[in-house]
Design a protein around this ligand. Structure first.
Ligand SMILES: NC(=O)c1ccc[n+]([C@@H]2O[C@H](COP(=O)([O-])OP(=O)(O)OC[C@H]3O[C@@H](n4cnc5c(N)ncnc54)[C@H](OP(=O)(O)O)[C@@H]3O)[C@@H](O)[C@H]2O)c1
Ligand SMILES: [Zn+2]
Ligand SMILES: [Zn+2]
Length: 352
């Protein structure tokens, strides 16, 4: 067994505190990763608080993991000790269903095994995530970090990057299109960067003027204040594609009106409560409302390589793990520019 130190919530809503646990001993195709950095996703906040259905405590969150290969199982072929690698939201899936065969493991019919707050398929033991010094993962779910990439600012690509890249690839976002992103947080700021790199004209919907200059710097050409009803009406029938990254209940009908005929709005945010949908927001323009969840392993690698080629990484605030609870509170207030990343070196200074 691999002795591991991390931070866990002992029950829903508990503050995160030091926690010792064990990962499984390496199987033939497993990799032991020494974690250097882990991004802090709003999904970590939701799950540590028990906002969604399944919850397994104690919970060690974290699914934007970057580190070095520290040891490999005897049949591991693709990675060697010292390689820079990443792990995203999944660590396993059935590997046999149609979705798994089509490299869409996130839609595995048996449900993918989440990096944390999940159960290992073979042993049934809880999975524990990246707010820790080690993780053990099958090589099939390990990503290669491109050479020269900055490790800390690449970590958020493992969830925020792929979650925004995948729907834009699926719906063929590109040059000549008008794209809008709702919310400038971890996902939103990656969406702005990636949509701009795809050649689209990007507009940001945000609740106040506070992030205006940042949005333009990140690649948007326009900012619309979503709390200004007049400004919203002026945007009617403008966009080919909208990505909604908001983490809390909000008025999606006002945003749907801004789609062109046959336009698509994709929800990736997962508020804890349901949101009213008026059918007239859709039927007037034959508009489409869809959802999307992270991305498959192969597409995550494609995204990492795309971002390296286009010099895209996350705008981060590096924090010590001791500051994680304060980081969650700041995320409640959307006070993060634009992703917290935990520097795991801070774990070593932890007093027993
Ligand atoms: N589908 C997936 O596979 C997937 C993957 C990862 C995360 N998620 C989910 O995506 C959501 C966003 O995650 P994140 O890490 O990007 O969160 P985040 O960094 O906290 O950003 C969320 C943004 O939403 C906006 N917002 C927050 N509260 C709002 C409210 N009450 N009304 C309107 N806008 C509000 C804010 O933007 P402004 O300040 O600009 O208004 C904020 O920056 C979460 O629900 C998360 O669980 C889904
Ligand atoms: Zn996430
Ligand atoms: Zn499957």
């Amino acid at each position: 067994m691999i002795k591991t130190t991390g931070y866990a919530a002992q029950h829903a809503g508990a503050t995160l505190a030091p926690f010792e646990f064990e990962h499984r001993e390496l199987g033939a195709r497993d990799i032991l990763i020494e974690i250097l950095y882990c991004g802090v996703c709003h999904s970590d906040v939701h799950q540590a608080r028990g906002d969604w259905g399944a919850k397994i405590f104690p919970m060690v969150p974290g699914h934007e993991i970057v580190g070095y290969v520290s040891r490999v199982g005897r049949e591991v072929a693709r990675y060697k000790v010292g390689d820079s690698v990443g792990v995203g939201c999944m660590v396993d899936s059935c590997r046999q269903c149609a979705s798994c065969h089509e490299h869409l493991e996130q839609f595995c019919v048996e449900g993918f095994t989440a990096t944390y707050n999940g159960l290992e398929r073979e042993r049934g033991t809880p999975t524990r995530g990246g707010y820790a010094n080690y993780i053990v993962v099958s090589e099939d779910f390990v990503l290669r970090i491109p050479p020269k990439a900055d490790l800390a600012s690449t970590a958020p690509l493992l969830c925020a990057g792929i979650t925004t890249y995948s729907p834009m690839r699926h719906w063929n976002v590109g040059a000549g299109q008008k794209v809008a992103v709702i919310g400038l947080g971890g996902l939103g700021h990656m969406a702005v960067k990636i949509a701009a790199a795809f050649g689209a004209e990007v507009t940001l919907f945000t609740r106040s003027n506070a992030k205006h200059d940042d949005a333009l710097r990140l690649g948007a050409s326009k900012v619309v204040i979503s709390t200004d009803d007049v400004a919203m009406v002026a945007q009617k029938n403008q966009f080919d594609f909208i990505l909604d990254t908001v983490a809390a209940p909000h008025d999606i009908n006002a945003h749907l009106q801004t789609l062109k005929r046959d336009g698509v709005m994709v929800m990736v945010g997962i508020p804890a409560d349901s949101i009213p949908l008026y059918s007239r927001s859709l039927i007037g323009g034959r508009r489409i409302l869809a959802g999307s969840m992270i991305g498959g392993v192969a597409e995550t690698q494609e995204m990492l390589d795309f971002c390296a080629k286009h010099n895209i990484s996350s705008d981060i605030e590096l924090i010590n793990i001791q500051d994680i609870n304060e980081a969650y509170e700041r995320m409640d207030k959307a006070d993060v520019k634009y992703r917290f990343v935990i520097d795991m070196a801070s774990l070593q200074t932890e007093k027993p």
